[in-house]
Design a binder for this molecule. Structure first.
Ligand code: KIV
Ligand code: ZN
Length: 389
């Protein structure tokens, strides 16, 4: 199957909105502009740039991101209230491709907060989506906490939003409650059941409270969703959102079972991951899939030996494809002779068999005391053993 015959999945990045809602992840105005530019350059289809009514700063950031946007659709978030939607439109209207995203919590717990009956909420949805659509051709609507909303009511409100003019229906798993099979079934059944559903794009928006955000998003795509909402490094409320780098690389790597494509230039992933980690002040965990420091690092002897013979032995992706210079074989107490020999070669050091044996014994002693043995340590062992030869 070629890329042309695979279904395109739109990537909707919400690092600057849901990501920034992570406690402590606030970014400055200039940092937001920089991240938006990187997202646009890497081929993100839709950038959710902020929540314009939330603050004057958010309004200015969304407006300026909209003005500077190149290819991406620029989206702003608005509650189901007319002043929110007007403020959102004021900010996104500067974009070549603006989108208004309006939402309301539809599950019993969320309906209790504004204290609306089911009928009152249905009317509110009709009124606000109609208003947004009168301002903008591109309107996204989300029933917040969709995965804990009663099935009949969910179908009813999705139908109202579609009839009122929503062009994208996003189904949020707001509290990371769903599981992959449910996620796929929910989208599939909505598309099969709700009148008008086949004419709009269904989106999936997953949170990671149970560590299933990536699996749930991919399952939703299998169920028929064609927009994934995600953030760089999985930044987001509580345990975060679906990580952009994970869904994009999963689709690229397993296109044999997931016949989809995205427009993301994957070689740009690592750079943006590092920039988001720095500006948000959220370091990436070492063992994070795709972008963690250890994602392409192998310490144990068996793995290093395998990697030196054939990189595919222990790597399913090429590090270069995500913008990492190459595999790393850090030396530690689990490393073997093959990796030590390769390291010496890399450092331009030639040693005879006896000296290599000697260095290896001392290297193991050192590795037992240190977490990682660095190049300088190896060079020191070379000098020490050379003195004795
Ligand atoms: O998680 C959520 O429900 C949201 C909505 C605003 C889409 O972020
Ligand atoms: Zn969210």
């Amino acid at each position: 199957m070629t890329d042309q015959t695979k279904d395109r999945v739109l990537i909707f990045d919400t690092t600057l909105r849901d990501g920034e809602q992570s406690p402590g992840a606030t970014m400055t105005h200039d940092e937001k502009l920089e991240i938006a530019e990187l997202l646009d350059d890497m081929g993100v289809d839709i950038i959710e740039a902020g929540f314009p009514i939330a603050s004057e700063g958010d309004f200015r950031a969304v407006s300026e991101i909209a003005e500077r946007s190149k290819d991406a659709v620029i989206c702003g978030l608005a509650r189901a209230q007319l002043p929110d939607i007007d403020r959102c439109w004021e900010a996104v209207k500067h974009a070549g491709k603006p989108r208004i995203h309006t939402f309301i919590g539809t599950s019993p717990l969320h309906r209790a907060i504004p204290n609306l009956t089911m009928d009152e909420m249905a009317d509110r949805i009709h009124e606000t989506v109609t208003h947004a659509r009168n301002l903008c051709d591109n309107v996204q609507w989300s029933p917040m906490d969709a995965t804990r909303t009663e099935w009949d009511y969910l179908c009813r409100v999705v139908e109202i939003a579609i009839k009122a003019g929503a062009t994208t229906i996003n189904i949020p798993d707001t509290v990371g409650y769903t599981a992959p099979r449910e996620s796929a079934d929910l989208i599939k059944r909505l598309i099969e059941t709700v009148p008008g559903a086949p004419d709009v794009v269904f989106a999936t928006h997953c949170h990671n409270d149970l560590g299933m955000a990536t699996a749930n998003a991919l399952a939703a795509v299998e169920g028929g969703a064609r927009q994934i909402e995600c953030t760089i490094n999985g930044l987001g409320e509580r345990a975060g959102n679906t990580a952009l780098e994970e869904v994009v690389m999963a689709i690229k790597t397993r296109s044999d079972i997931m016949p989809f494509t995205t427009g993301i230039e994957t070689k740009k992933i690592m750079h943006i991951s590092r920039r988001v980690a720095t500006v948000a002040g959220f370091p990436v965990q070492f063992n994070k899939a795709i972008v963690g420091k250890n994602a392409f690092a192998h310490e144990s002897g068996i793995h290093q030996d395998g990697m030196l013979k054939n990189a595919e032995t222990f790597e399913i992706m090429r590090p270069e494809d995500v913008g990492i210079a190459g595999t790393s074989l850090p030396l530690g107490k689990h490393s073997g002779r093959a990796a030590l020999r390769a390291k010496l070669k890399e450092l331009g050091v030639e040693v005879g068999d006896n000296q290599l044996k000697d260095i290896f014994v001392r290297f193991k002693e050192l590795a037992d005391r240190k977490k990682e043995v660095y190049d300088d340590d190896i060079l020191a062992l070379v000098s020490a053993t050379a003195d004795e030869e």
